[in-house]
Write a protein that binds this ligand. Structure first.
Ligand SMILES: [Zn+2]
Length: 280
C-alpha cells in the first residue's frame, strides 16, 4: 500500500508536470466525478497545484473560466488504498496499465495524467476542504514543512489504549505513516509494537515521532533515488530493518524477526523480540 512518502513523490511529479497548465480534456468512469464535470466543466480550468496531505493526493483546480457556469475552485481528492496509482504520459504515449483500470484522465498540452484503479476520488469545493471531511481531520503530516511534532505527540497521547503500532497508523493522530514504516520506526526506536501508548512517556513518544519524521523525510529527499530504505543502504536486500523479514536474522542482534497480524485490519507487524522486548 502506498504510504505518505509514495504519495508525496507522486504529488511532486504531478505538480512539476501539470501546475499552471490548462486542462484540455477530462475523462472519468466515476459517476461522482462526471456529474460534477457536467455541471461545472473541468476542461478549461488550470491545474493550480498538486500536493500530498498524509496519504491523500490533492489536485487544486482554478475556477471555471466561463462566466456562464461560474463554478468556483475545486480540489480533486484521490486516495490510492492498495492498488491505485497516478501515471504521467506524453500525449499518445502508450499506458503502462490496462485501459480498463483507468478511472480519471486529466489531459493538458504537454502531459496526460491518468489515475488507475483509485478507489477513492471526489471533487470538493476548495472553500470547504480544510473545514470538514477526511483532509480536515488529519493529524500533523509527518512530511509537511510545517510538521508539528509536539502536536503529534499530544494526539498520540489521546489514544492511550491503542498499541503504539496501531496508533502510528491512525491518520487523525499523525498523518502519512503506513504499515512498512510503522514497523521500521518502532525497530529504530527499540519499542515493542504491542506496547499501549499510555505505557510510553512523552520522551519516548517524542523520540518515536522524531524517528518517523527522519525516516520518511529521508525517503522523499532529492538524494533518495532508489527504492524505499530505512537502513540507508541501497542494496535491495538490505533496505529495511524488519519489514517483510520474518524468520531472517535481526540486522542488529541476529535473532529471527517475528511477524504477527493484528489490529482491526489484521495488518502485519514485524519486530525483533530481543531488540524490542515486551514492556519497552
Ligand atoms: Zn535484534
Amino acid at each position: 500500500m502506498p504510504e505518505g512518502d509514495t504519495i508525496y513523490r507522486a504529488a511532486r511529479t504531478l505538480h512539476a508536470a501539470l501546475s499552471g497548465q490548462r486542462i484540455e480534456r477530462f475523462e472519468s468512469v466515476l459517476a461522482q466525478l462526471t456529474q460534477v464535470d457536467a455541471n461545472a466543466p473541468i476542461a478549461g480550468r488550470l491545474v493550480e497545484r498538486v500536493e500530498a496531505r498524509g496519504k491523500h493526493l490533492l489536485m487544486w483546480l482554478s475556477p471555471e473560466p466561463s462566466p456562464v457556469h461560474g463554478g468556483g475552485s475545486l480540489v480533486l481528492r484521490t486516495h490510492m488504498r492498495m492498488h491505485g496509482s497516478w501515471h504521467i504520459y506524453r500525449p499518445a504515449e502508450r499506458w503502462q496499465r490496462p485501459r480498463h483500470e483507468m478511472r480519471i484522465v486529466i489531459e493538458t498540452a504537454p502531459y496526460v495524467a491518468v489515475a488507475f484503479a483509485v478507489p477513492v476520488a471526489e471533487f470538493i469545493d476548495a472553500r470547504t476542504i480544510e473545514r470538514a471531511g477526511p483532509v480536515a481531520e488529519l493529524g500533523p503530516d509527518v512530511l509537511s514543512d510545517t510538521f508539528d511534532a509536539a502536536a503529534a505527540v499530544a494526539r498520540l497521547q489521546t489514544r492511550g489504549d491503542l498499541e503504539i503500532a496501531e496508533a502510528l497508523l491512525d491518520q487523525r493522530a499523525i498523518a502519512g505513516i503506513g504499515n512498512v514504516f510503522k514497523s521500521e520506526i518502532l525497530f529504530a526506536a527499540r519499542v515493542n509494537p504491542f506496547t499501549p501508548v499510555q505505557a510510553l512517556d512523552a520522551a519516548a513518544l517524542t523520540r518515536i515521532v522524531a524517528i518517523a519524521a527522519r525516516q520518511m523525510r529521508a525517503n522523499v529527499s532529492d538524494a533518495a533515488t532508489g527504492g524505499r530504505t530505512t537502513t540507508n543502504r541501497l542494496d535491495p536486500s538490505a533496505r529495511l530493518w524488519v519489514y517483510s523479514r520474518r524468520g531472517l536474522p535481526c540486522r542488529r542482534c541476529g535473532t529471527p524477526i517475528q511477524r504477527a497480524k493484528h489490529g482491526a485490519d489484521m495488518r502485519s507487524t514485524y519486530w525483533c523480540e530481543r531488540c524490542q522486548p515486551r514492556g519497552t
